[in-house]
Design a protein around this ligand. Structure first.
Ligand SMILES: Nc1ncnc2c1ncn2[C@@H]1O[C@H](COP(=O)(O)OP(=O)(O)O)[C@@H](O)[C@H]1O
Ligand SMILES: [Mg+2]
Length: 249
């Protein structure tokens, strides 16, 4: 059976039962004796609107998987589909369109432009996106309305990260990918950041994938996948995902 047949079977046009369909996904960096096999056969279905946490030790392949889901990189082998579209074999132009129209990214470091206010950092995106939300609405969703006119240097780490989240969601992405968004933050601040992520997931229905080192944070998710040596070695569903504010870590 070809991948097109598989897609036709599992992805009736327009229904989107799965957002992502991942089969036997492999990623090898480099070649020859120095090659690194970062992913060695990942199978995964992600559903529209769910909140997923990826756990795993450093080097287990979490960022590699997230980057492939986000169209930042292409797999070496295996199948990667988004709503039936062959993301894994997309050309550069297709990947660019996909990243621009479908995906919002949040990284550990906020990458804000220091000479622009919080509002202006978000407006950069709302000015170029196709169906953006008003900048004020994006800042409201992350609880930063009172700080809209502040520059990054006048904001705490957690506030800067929430600006980065507002920027990522202002274009109303279908998918929000967060790579250790609390990695540089203390516990209390991390809670405010992840609360914003959880609120966006629930209120906007954005399929959200969050990478973290912290197993306690997995309680916030609908589903939790643990990576180990480049494959998913454990998957579970939380019957009752917890509000981030109630998690103690
Ligand atoms: N661009 C790259 N070039 C070479 N090796 C890489 C690259 N990115 C990641 N790796 C390697 O791939 C493996 C998985 O990395 P990564 O996905 O970043 O893991 P994690 O995010 O779980 O810490 C590691 O061994 C890492 O050193
Ligand atoms: Mg990583």
């Amino acid at each position: 059976m070809t991948t097109a047949d598989l897609a036709a079977q599992t992805m009736p046009a327009g229904t989107g039962a799965h957002a992502f369909e991942v089969r036997g996904l492999c990623k090898t960096y480099g070649s020859g004796p120095s090659a690194v096999q970062a992913l060695v056969g990942v199978d995964l279905d992600l559903h529209p609107g769910e909140l997923v946490v990826l756990l795993g030790a450093s080097g287990s392949g979490k960022s590699t998987l997230l980057n492939l889901l986000g169209g930042l990189d292409s797999p070496t082998a295996g199948t990667l589909r988004y709503r039936g579209w062959n993301l894994g074999q997309a050309d550069e132009a297709g990947l660019t369109r996909y990243r621009r129209d479908v995906v919002g990214f949040v990284f550990q470091f906020y990458n804000l432009i220091p000479s622009l206010t919080a509002r202006e950092n978000v407006a950069l995106i709302t000015e170029i996106a196709r169906h953006p939300m008003p900048t004020a609405e994006a800042l409201e969703l992350v609880g930063l309305t009172p700080r809209a006119e502040h520059f990054p240097a006048q904001l705490s780490g957690g506030e800067q990260q929430r600006v980065a989240i507002a920027r990522a969601i202002a274009k109303r992405p279908e998918v929000l990918l967060c790579d250790e968004p609390t990695g540089a933050l203390d516990v209390k601040t991390g809670i405010t950041v992840l609360s914003a992520v959880q609120r966006i997931n629930r209120e906007l229905g954005t399929l959200t994938v969050v990478i973290t080192h912290n197993a306690i944070l997995a309680e916030m998710a609908d589903r939790v996948f643990t990576l180990s040596d480049g494959h998913i070695h454990h998957a579970r569903t939380n019957a009752d995902p917890k509000p981030v504010e109630t998690l103690a870590w």
